[in-house]
Each structure stands twice: as structure tokens, then as C-alpha cells.
Design a protein around this ligand. Structure first.
Ligand SMILES: [Zn+2]
Length: 117
């Protein structure tokens, strides 16, 4: 599962470069095809990151999954996050996908984000 995530992320990087290249040199449909491919990969990534997660208890939408790079005491880590795109305070993080999904399902959300001016 994590190996596939790495593959998807590197494939998306490759497509990004191809996209930029094609915009300058290729007919428009080429860029569109590349962006469609990238969309399919992103969907696959989301599906992996929210595997087993229920819908948002407030709006019933499927949650979104993402990978957050963080540094804890100078050590770089990847955290997995499950969140609602409508309710920003409904988000759960874990050091594994399973942990993030479990917390999400248990409504064990992160502390509310403070809006700094
Ligand atoms: Zn929601």
C-alpha cells in the first residue's frame, strides 16, 4: 500500500513535468490527456488514504485524504490525514493510514486551527 503511494507520487511528478512541457510544445489535447491521467492517479491516491473511513458526520461527504510532511524535533515525518473539505475542523492525523482513518471514524479530531491575523 505504501509502496503504491510512492509510485503514484512519483508518477504524478513525472506527469507534471510532461504537462508543462506539452503546454509549450504540443496541441491542447495532449495536455488534457496528461491532466486526465494525473486525475486518475490522484483519485487512486485518495482512495488508498481514506480506505475504511466513513463519511463526514456533519455533511455526509466522503472525506479527503492527504499526506502531510512534518518535522518533529528536527526529524522529518510523513503524517496521514483524513479530513472533510467542507468542515475544516474535522480532520484526523496518524502516523499510519490506519491510525488516521481510525481516529477519523472515532471523531478523534485535531485541535481546532487558530486563525492568525
Ligand atoms: Zn463535512
Amino acid at each position: 500500500m505504501y509502496k503504491r503511494i510512492e509510485e503514484i507520487l512519483s508518477e504524478i511528478q513525472v506527469l507534471k513535468a510532461e504537462y508543462q512541457e506539452s503546454v509549450a510544445t504540443q496541441p491542447a489535447h495532449v495536455a488534457r490527456e496528461i491532466s486526465d491521467k494525473s486525475g486518475v492517479l490522484r483519485q487512486e491516491l485518495t482512495d488508498i488514504l481514506i480506505k475504511g473511513a466513513g463519511v463526514c458526520p456533519e455533511c455526509g461527504n466522503k472525506p479527503h485524504g492527504l499526506i502531510q510532511p512534518v518535522a518533529v524535533e528536527g526529524i522529518k515525518l510523513k503524517l496521514y490525514e483524513v479530513r472533510c473539505l467542507v468542515h475544516f475542523n474535522n480532520r484526523a492525523r496518524g502516523i499510519t493510514i490506519e491510525e488516521a482513518v481510525k481516529k477519523w471514524n472515532n471523531k478523534d479530531y485535531m485541535p481546532e486551527r487558530r486563525v492568525s491575523a
